[in-house]
Design a protein around this ligand. Structure first.
Ligand SMILES: CC(C)(COP(=O)(O)OP(=O)(O)OC[C@H]1O[C@@H](n2cnc3c(N)ncnc32)[C@H](O)[C@@H]1OP(=O)(O)O)[C@@H](O)C(=O)NCCC(=O)NCCS
Length: 128
């Protein structure tokens, strides 16, 4: 699902959707009743109290039905349970509205992926 939503549309090879932090991260999947994966997201810690969300992707035919919200909220709950006080992420410009809707604030420009996908750095303080 990660590769399908975040890499295949930009002709990136299989395997380009992973990194070494996968082994030490929390992963959340949304599945349907037949256990087909509809969406994914990942959480890892970057410092004491600070977690990062990455690789949020919902299957193209299932967007705008609340699945991304379920994954994001689930990862935030997991971050809280593990002691995070804030979450940082790099949002694709096309997904800025999604993260803003969930309380994330832009803090500055983020990386440019594949020379064409601009990102914005965002942060959200978690309420205990
Ligand atoms: C971004 C993404 C994960 C959101 O998942 P989703 O399941 O579509 O999101 P939800 O249905 O929970 O959206 C909740 C609300 O966020 C907002 N929202 C969702 N996607 C948005 C977008 N692309 N732009 C602006 N606002 C958006 C809407 O207000 C939406 O509510 P509405 O449908 O009632 O208007 C999904 O669109 C996706 O996988 N996009 C392609 C991959 C990607 O860009 N991932 C993010 C990388 S940083």
């Amino acid at each position: 699902m990660r590769w399908k939503t975040l890499r295949a549309p930009w002709n990136q090879p299989r395997g380009s959707e992973t990194d070494p932090l996968d082994a030490v991260s929390s992963h959340l999947l949304a599945v349907d009743s037949r256990e087909s994966i509809l969406g994914v997201g990942r959480l890892n810690f970057t410092a004491i109290g600070e977690a990062r969300i990455r690789y949020m992707g919902v299957a193209a035919g299932y967007r705008r039905r609340g699945i991304g919200t379920l994954i994001l909220c689930g990862l935030e709950q997991r971050a809280l349970a593990l002691g995070a006080v804030r979450i940082v992420l790099d949002a694709r410009e096309s997904a800025l509205g999604f993260y803003r809707k969930h309380g994330y604030t832009a803090t500055g420009p983020g990386p440019m992926l594949f020379n064409r996908i601009a990102h914005v750095k965002m942060v959200k303080r978690l309420d205990r």
